[in-house]
Write a new protein. Structure first.
Length: 337
């Protein structure tokens, strides 16, 4: 289950506030100290920065918000990876030439080898897990000088998101134990290695180009569409493809090609898994993205936001929005979080 910023499970972080500030310099200094030296460019909105921290043995977890829209360009990471989960809002990340969009509720893993740049939308709040590479090397039985086996950047696939949420809850629950509680070091080391193992085992590097890079090479075939495993894999490929192109013009043929099946099969799969057509599924994802953006950025133009996410006919957009959420876009903007 995705974590809400008001969830009790976050209490161990809220109890350890590193800083709260509306001063840009203060924000930069604290984040640099905890994560990585970086260039911080403030865009639209007023700073409303806060950073909270929890710690286990070698893993650290942060809850960070900037309030305003920011662009962050860190220096190369010092032998660690960062796992970003967007609790509210979202971020666009360029890592070693690859673009990731971490929408609300999604998780991305960053291990840049050359360059990384992050753009946080206004109002975004992210849960950030810092994983030292020493933990990863232990799993892969690598020497200290050898690099980890993580790719520079990837999204945790939707199908694995619930398992990652459970791991995150477990990490936070361990952090919430009363002061003075003694945990067996061997058990704690094993627990942290299991978290790292999840990242190694579920990164998107199964021999196929990632859909968000636009390099899908799976040819349409119905060979394994009848198997549950094949269906799940193809639907996950389709959802990742849609997520990466919410504002782009997409046809039914594009969606079938992304999933590696025929048009007939993609229709059957979407009806079986979601009860809608592929184009209706795409529309719902776009509506969800619009709503998330309006909630975190209430001053945005509704028209521009709708156009950004592929809605060219504003009258139909409003009707679709009301049917899905039971309220109009302007009502979403007016309702405080």
């Amino acid at each position: 289950m995705p974590i809400s910023t008001k969830a009790e499970v976050l209490s161990p972080l809220y109890r350890n506030c590193l800083f709260k500030s509306d001063e840009r310099v203060t924000a930069h200094d604290h984040v640099s100290r905890e994560l990585a030296e970086h260039v911080l460019r403030w865009k639209s909105g007023m700073p409303d920065v806060a950073m909270f921290k929890g710690h286990l043995n070698r893993l650290s977890m942060y809850l960070l918000r900037y309030g305003a829209e920011v662009e962050v360009t860190p220096s190369p990471f010092d032998d660690f990876s960062l796992v970003h989960t967007s609790l509210v809002g979202g971020a666009e990340i360029e890592v070693d030439g690859q673009k990731l969009v971490i929408a609300e509720g999604r998780t991305g893993v960053l291990t840049p080898q050359q360059k990384v740049r992050l753009r946080w939308y206004p109002g975004t709040q992210q849960l950030i897990l810092k994983v030292p590479h020493a933990v990863l090397r232990e799993l892969a039985q690598l020497d200290e000088a050898e690099s980890t086996e993580l790719v520079p950047g990837f999204l945790i696939e939707r199908g694995h998101g619930s398992q990652w949420d459970l791991l995150t809850h477990s990490l936070l629950n361990v952090m919430s134990l009363p002061a003075g509680t003694t945990l067996d070091k061997a058990w704690l080391d094993h627990f942290e290695r299991n978290v790292a193992l999840f990242l190694l085992a579920h990164q998107t590097r199964d021999g196929r180009p990632r859909p968000e890079l636009g390099l899908q090479t799976v040819q349409p075939t119905d060979k394994d569409s009848s198997s549950a495993a094949g269906d799940s894999r193809r639907m996950n490929m389709l959802l990742e493809y849609m997520d990466a192109r919410l504002g782009a013009p997409l046809s039914l043929e594009d969606l079938a090609s992304a999933a590696g099946v025929s048009i007939r099969t993609i229709n059957e799969l979407c009806h079986r898994h979601y009860g809608v057509t592929p184009m209706e599924l795409l529309r719902n994802l776009r509506l969800d993205a619009v709503r998330s953006r309006l909630r975190t950025q209430p001053d945005l133009s509704i028209t521009e936001t709708a156009l950004t996410f592929g809605f060219g006919h504003l009258g139909r957009f409003s009707a679709y929005y009301f049917d899905r959420f039971g309220e109009l876009p302007r009502q979403t903007q007016a309702r405080p979080e």
